[in-house]
Design a protein around this ligand. Structure first.
Ligand SMILES: [Zn+2]
Ligand SMILES: [Zn+2]
Length: 680
């Protein structure tokens, strides 16, 4: 008891962290608003639940009525084995890049709780010790993917959505009738970073019965919450139809009920203070009446077939330590909650009953031991040591011999226990070849480059076991090195410079699709202004359902860069950056026309970029609204842009960057269309 006396002091400073920690109810409300048919599905589930409850052996509850000091042990040993896949949606940040080991160890912790084997059940307060439920649920990282290929049950995807997550970040879902999908992200759109505010949410089975919602079925959580206060156990609880202990409303507002009898009515809690731990609000005099067979005293628990009206006197203290509360001291599920989860696992709603079907367990390899798989080579490019103020974002553009800007390459290989990594770098790298092993596997490799062009990064990765002798190789273009020493001299007395984006002109105009997706700059050889060629931003999202249910373009950005120009001949008088463009919007609502083209210049080889102009709205979509993919047909559609270059931009080594940011509407649906640019 003494232990808890310290808790109020410890938790009061952090108690507000727990408010709004789980967003499952809010998401469910949204689905009810947008897809009212879900309400019928919920009603049908509840009816099935009630029918199921009638079949439940109430003797365990009835035993309380006989003043037994402990309840009979749930004698069933059947375990619900559930294949899972963990999707790491990341941007190579410490707060989102989960290692395989972190995931494998977390699954063990989650399973301890589902087996009621977590040692801190010892801290459950006395009134609830008899009610601790063993969920007999065991999550297994799948060893076979949907195509039957070997897997660790872990996928990786780098995305801008990792830090503005929501349903759109639920990339790469595996069939939700065969796997429980768990996505980890950095943080949620609009939620604070770290272990604050919204931590996670899940889908109720009823939601996932609605076809448009099925691509979101599963659990999504901040990576930092992977083993924080039973967050995943809580969310998987929702996935198996558990409500918050106070019901589907806002926490700490009104007495509520979760349709589970042995969790007394409560308002719920946002901290684990002593007062909350022994909270009797809403629960004083809480009893339930059943017609059940009465049961004799331990140790035999003789059953009398008498179907007696039995009044069960549940604790008059609420279950603040329940995993479905927000108290921050999540220790237990009750037996009633376990029943509810088991009933859900036996419903065909959203195919929950298929997950543990023996045929499915075989197809997903859920019960097989984890295999020794070959490593998957991967690395990230971080901001290296720079002179002066470092750029605020990751950058992949520099000049040859630019010692003011280093790049740091970090080994991110996974899918096996990595034993050794050899990294090689082209373009006269300051460290052309580095071998990492042991504790050095995660150390950064700093490089500058002396030769212009695309830097190729080679990797040779050795794992352990069968993969310890033959390395897995990869070769990736990662950084562009511009030639800053041979700028194109622009002197209107001699000749104007024109760029028409013909394939033979663009070798030194690097294009970056940072997140390797559909939304990107591409050379186009059919729709140019004067000749055939131009450059196009493919902003029209033409992916079919369900592919377009996730991976919204909102949040993406893509660049192309010019080579160096010497503009010193134009140090006085007017000097303009001119180009032609044509575009449309997919939406007719001006408020949703959020695409932008931001043109910047750099005079220090890409370390700092100054904005010249941001082009938006009707300047960008100058041809109005078009709901199909746009391609220009006539000259008339093209508009001239003329941007005055300030004196500071007229150096002997000026680069230009064209950054496109596609926009979305309130539903995260892409609102932009294709955009064409030519004749710079
Ligand atoms: Zn919740
Ligand atoms: Zn892109």
């Amino acid at each position: 008891m003494k232990k808890y006396l310290f808790l109020p002091v410890l938790v009061c400073a952090v108690s507000n962290l727990y408010a709004q920690r789980c967003y499952t109810d809010e998401m469910m409300e949204k689905v009810r608003r947008e897809h009212p048919e879900v309400i019928q599905v919920e009603a049908a589930i509840n009816e099935q639940m009630k029918q199921g409850l009638k079949a439940i052996d109430m003797r365990q509850y009835a035993a309380k009525g006989t003043n037994a000091t402990s309840l009979p042990v749930d004698s069933s040993t059947f375990v619900y084995d559930i294949p899972i896949v963990v999707h790491v949606i990341h941007d190579y940040q410490a707060s989102d890049y989960l290692t395989d080991d972190a995931i494998i160890n977390a699954v063990k912790e989650w399973n301890q709780v589902y087996a009621a084997e977590n040692s801190d059940t010892a801290d459950v307060i006395k009134p609830f010790k008899p009610y601790i439920g063993n969920a007999r649920i065991k999550l297994h990282l799948a060893t076979k993917d949907p195509n039957g290929n070997p897997t660790k049950g872990i996928t990786h995807r780098q995305s801008y959505l990792a830090s503005i997550a929501g349903n759109q970040a639920k990339y790469d879902q595996w069939p939700n009738n065969a796997y429980l999908n768990i996505w980890f992200v950095n943080s949620f759109l609009g939620a604070p970073a770290g272990l604050q505010g919204l931590l996670a949410y899940a889908t109720f089975p009823a939601t996932s019965q609605i076809p448009s919602q099925a691509p979101y079925d599963g659990v999504i959580s901040k990576a930092l919450a992977i083993v924080f206060d039973r967050t995943i156990n809580h969310e998987v609880g929702h996935f198996f139809n558990l409500q918050h202990t106070w019901g589907n409303t806002e926490v700490a507002t009104a007495c509520g009920d979760d349709e589970v009898d042995d969790t007394p009515p409560t308002k719920g809690h946002t901290s684990c203070s002593f007062a909350n731990l022994y909270d009797t609000n809403c629960a004083t005099g809480y009893v339930k009446q059943y017609q059940v067979d009465s049961i004799g005293p331990p140790p035999n628990y003789e059953v009398f077939s008498d179907a007696k009206d039995t009044l069960i006197d549940y604790p008059d203290t609420v279950n603040t330590q329940n995993i479905m509360d927000y108290s921050g001291c999540s220790l237990m599920f009750t037996k009633g909650q376990v029943y509810r989860m088991h009933q859900t696992l036996n419903l065909d709603v959203a195919n929950r009953n298929h997950l543990w079907d023996p045929l499915n367990l075989a197809a997903t390899g859920a019960l097989l031991p984890m295999q020794d798989l070959a490593p998957i080579p991967d690395f990230s490019v971080e901001k290296g040591k720079v002179t002066g103020v470092p750029p605020s974002e990751r950058t992949y553009f520099t000049c040859a011999n630019n010692s003011a800007m280093q790049f740091s390459f970090v080994n991110r290989s996974w899918n096996d226990t990595i034993t050794s990594v050899k990294m090689t770098f082209s373009n006269g790298a300051s460290q052309p070849s580095v071998t990492l092993s042991g504790a050095g596997l995660s150390s950064t490799v700093n490089n500058t480059f002396s030769e212009p062009g695309w830097v190729t990064v080679g990797m040779e990765v050795l794992g352990n076991g069968a993969n310890a002798t033959t390395p897995v190789s990869s070769s990736t273009q990662a950084v562009y090195v511009a030639d800053g020493d041979h700028p194109t001299v622009v002197d209107p007395q001699v000749a104007q410079y024109f760029m028409d984006f013909r394939a033979d002109q663009t070798a030194n105009w690097p294009i970056f699709n940072y997140y390797n997706n559909e939304f990107k700059w591409e050379l186009d050889d059919a729709h140019g202004f004067l000749d055939h060629s131009c450059i196009r931003y493919s902003g029209f999202d033409n992916r079919p359902f369900p592919a377009n249910a996730v991976g919204t373009p909102g949040g993406d950005y893509d660049d192309f860069f010019s080579p160096a120009f010497d503009l010193t001949a134009m140090s006085s008088g007017d000097c303009n950056l001119n180009f032609m463009s044509t575009g449309t919007f997919r939406t007719g609502n001006p408020a949703d026309m959020k695409d932008s083209l931001i043109i910047s210049y750099s005079t220090d080889c890409g370390r700092n970029w100054q904005t010249l102009k941001g082009i938006t709205k009707h300047e960008l979509g100058n041809n109005g609204t078009l709901t199909i993919a746009y391609a220009p047909l006539t000259y008339d559609e093209w508009a001239l842009h003329s941007i005055d270059l300030p004196a500071a931009a007229r150096t002997n080594k000026t680069f230009f960057r064209f950054r496109y940011k596609p926009g979305v509407d309130g539903n995260q649906t892409g609102t932009g269309n294709n955009f064409y640019l030519d004749r710079i």
